[in-house]
Design a protein around this ligand. Structure first.
Ligand code: AMP
Ligand code: MG
Length: 344
């Protein structure tokens, strides 16, 4: 398939190009587009075949449902049964933004989108290009992250082109994602709010609005395939670069000492290190992912891809629990490492 790569400048949006892109979606095609979290791979959420094509393009298991992106709360109201007062509070505080809310669906949404569940994942993105695309297409857009299934999520258009060129109709070549990690998913379809995936909004931010919110037990356990987690996507191997990743977790001093030992033990391999803050290591590639876990979350996927671009064999990733964002980082890091963690 010939994929059109279309440049869009968020500060000077070409509305004719956006109209064309919106038409591709409305007519059943697939378009990759930037959001504030990661790049999404979008299709008309009302078009069953178009949504099936998302799974094919990504190589995504068909029991892993998609998030549906809306321009505003009014259009959400037309496609779900009802929005509870608590769910409204969440939308009011965190939307548009990196929040996904699980609600009871109506028949309008394709069963392919929800993988047969009676609930639907709803998000109102804040990214201006994402919003313009939704408006131009005139339908809600079902979109998972625009990476090949299992790979780190794309946070730049370059990542999307690497994974999706030739597999979809169009890629919007625009700015890098500002949050860099996926949305926080909160299930509001049951008796009390459950966080199914930590993300761009922290647990304590959600707790301030909904004090009875809890975190789903599968989030950190790396559950096995035969269990039935509430958030189907969480059971799959995810975010994995080609390099072998090991997380080293603990106090900073101990983490750095351990990584230096690991570097000596693996001197025959090309090693990469992902650090929290400045650190000097003698390794093939050292990437500082940021000075706190919020920055770490933003740079994590990009860094994992950079290790592969530099043919790194093994990555040792520093992980220090120090703030509200550590749960988001931990969830992604553990998955990219296939749960290989050394505690020091
Ligand atoms: P992605 O967009 O690639 O981050 O994947 C979307 C995530 O949302 C996956 O982890 C899905 O399992 C989750 N998800 C989508 N719809 C639902 C739903 N109805 N109930 C629970 N989780 C969902
Ligand atoms: Mg994904």
């Amino acid at each position: 398939m010939n994929t059109q790569v279309i440049k869009i400048d968020k500060n000077n949006i070409d509305h004719d190009e956006m109209k064309k892109l919106g038409k591709i979606i409305a007519n059943g095609g697939l378009v990759a587009f930037p959001t504030e979290t990661v790049y999404g791979l979008g299709a008309n959420a009302f078009d069953d075949q178009a949504c099936k094509n998302i799974y094919i393009a990504k190589g995504r298991p068909s029991d892993n449902p998609l998030i549906v992106h809306f321009a505003d709360i009014e259009s959400v109201e037309e496609t779900v049964w009802s929005i509870s007062e608590d769910a409204k509070k969440l939308f009011h505080c965190f939307s548009p933004g990196p929040l996904t809310v699980i609600l009871k669906k109506t028949d309008k949404i394709s069963n392919t989108v929800t993988a047969g569940l009676d609930t639907v994942a709803v998000r109102i993105p804040s990214d201006i290009v994402a919003r313009e695309l939704i408006k131009a297409s005139g339908v809600p857009i079902a979109a998972p992250s625009a990476n090949l299934s299992g790979k780190p999520s794309p946070t730049t258009s370059r990542h999307v082109i690497a994974d999706m060129n030739g597999r979809i109709d169009a890629i919007i070549d625009a700015h890098d994602c500002s949050v860099g990690v996926e949305s926080t998913i909160v299930d509001m379809s049951g008796k009390f709010p459950v966080i199914l995936r930590p993300g761009g909004i922290t647990f304590s931010q959600i707790k301030k609005i909904l004090p009875n919110a809890v975190i789903d037990e599968h989030i950190l356990s790396g559950s096995s395939k035969d269990e039935k987690p509430k958030c189907p996507g969480m059971k799959y191997r995810h975010y994995a670069p080609d390099a072998d990743v090991t997380v080293v977790e603990g106090e900073m001093h101990n983490v750095r000492k351990k990584i230096n030992e690991l570097l000596s033990e693996n001197s025959n391999k090309k090693c990469g290190i992902l650090t929290l803050g400045q650190a000097s290591y003698k390794a093939g590639l050292v990437i500082n992912a940021g000075n706190n876990n919020k920055e770490y979350a933003k740079n994590l996927f990009k860094s994992l891809r950079e290790f592969d671009e530099n043919n790194i064999d093994i990555v040792f990733a520093e992980f220090i629990i120090e703030d509200d964002y550590s749960l988001t980082v931990k969830n992604r890091l553990y998955k990219s490492a296939g749960n290989k963690v050394i505690y020091v």
